[in-house]
Design a protein. Structure first.
Length: 151
């Protein structure tokens, strides 16, 4: 088995409060936990909790069957702290709800800082259109697990 190299993703990573980031994280072994509506909503609740705690401002997100994409403005914590708290809390909530997958999430996450000149709404549209590209819905209105602040 090859050695994990998720630590390489952290090389050069910086957390800048006020900066916009697209975050992506994947379930362990790409298990489609979020086909179950209740599981997906538990994860959504934990993303909203991050907003309530002023760790970030969620601008757009989509929870896919085995991963999520989250467009945020970082606030009072580092990216690492935000994701560590989110993954820990969502794992705990899922386990309390009966999910037996251990661990729930793959190690690490991907982040991309948006450039100042990027069209944030275009990035948000791309994120919420993921279910269309994956063939999960023919309209974003048919897919229940997404949101964007511009609606």
């Amino acid at each position: 088995m090859p050695l994990a190299s998720s630590h390489l993703l952290r090389r050069g990573r910086c957390s800048e409060p006020g900066r916009l980031y697209v975050l992506t994280t994947v379930t362990h072994r790409r298990t489609p936990l979020f086909r179950d509506w209740r599981n997906a909503r538990l994860v959504v609740h934990q993303m909203r909790r991050s907003d309530q705690e002023n760790a970030c401002v969620s601008l757009a997100w989509v929870v896919m069957p085995d991963h999520l994409h989250w467009l945020i403005e970082l606030r009072s914590v580092t990216l690492g702290t935000l994701m560590r708290r989110f993954k820990s809390r969502s794992s705990l909530a899922l386990h309390k709800a009966g999910v037996e997958l251990e661990p729930v999430w793959q190690a690490g996450y991907q982040d991309r800082a948006l450039r100042r000149e990027e069209d944030v709404r275009k990035v948000a549209r791309y994120i919420v259109a993921n279910p269309l590209r994956a063939g999960l819905a023919s309209s974003v209105r048919q897919y229940p697990h997404w949101d964007a602040v511009w609606l």
